[in-house]
Design a protein around this ligand. Structure first.
Ligand SMILES: [Zn+2]
Length: 200
């Protein structure tokens, strides 16, 4: 099913995100960045490094990087505050975005595990979600960054949204190489840049 969807996307040359620079507001896409966790929910932790802070920082860089593009970036979480999944879904639905990008960072007992992972849900938006998910992975691959293939997942938020959505796991807090990116301004900007370039 997943393979079929990807092939379909590639074959029809899906043109969802085409932006015309001569008409700034024409085809402008609205993208909600959903930084995971927040407040009492820190997400994954490695010593003093918290997933909730990493994803918030990458979200801010992403907004900054897209300010001159024909893309409207809306940050769902702008404070270090807990937000339930249902609250996130309600806020996203009110915004009617073209795409939601949920940002997370991983942790594994296997310290060798590393790289970026992108997930999409299997629902009526799978084709559109897969289109963006594949572009994000390709953007990292072009920089010879370790990535997995696009994966499907039954995450509550993606499954219940009424729009295309991807979940990006930016790397593993448990892996020393990934930590160089996750826990540095340079690395966080690099991660944000790859996602931003995939939205062009
Ligand atoms: Zn997370």
């Amino acid at each position: 099913m997943r393979l079929f969807c990807l092939l379909f996307v590639l074959c029809v040359g899906f043109n969802f995100a085409s932006a015309d620079p001569t008409h700034p507001n024409k085809n402008k896409i609205k993208v909600v960045i959903d930084a995971g966790h927040g407040g009492s929910d820190s997400g994954a932790i490695n010593n003093t490094v918290l997933e909730k802070q990493i994803v918030a920082d990458v979200s801010s860089h992403l907004k900054e990087l897209c300010k001159d593009k024909n893309i409207e970036i809306i940050l769902l979480r702008t404070e270090d505050k807990f937000m339930s999944l249902q609250e996130r879904i309600s806020k996203i639905e009110a915004l009617s975005p073209d795409l939601v990008i949920s940002l997370h960072a991983n942790y594994s007992k296997d310290r060798e595990r590393n790289g970026v992972e992108v997930f999409v849900a299997e629902n009526e938006f799978t084709i559109k979600s897969s289109y963006f998910g594949t572009k994000i992975l390709e953007s990292f691959k072009r920089k010879e960054f370790k990535t997995s293939s696009l994966k499907s997942a039954n995450f509550f938020l993606m499954r219940n949204l009424n729009c295309p959505a991807v979940t990006v796991e930016l790397g593993f807090l448990s892996n020393p190489e990934d930590m160089k990116y996750l826990n540095s301004e340079f690395g966080q900007k690099f991660l944000a840049k790859q996602i931003a370039s995939s939205l062009d």
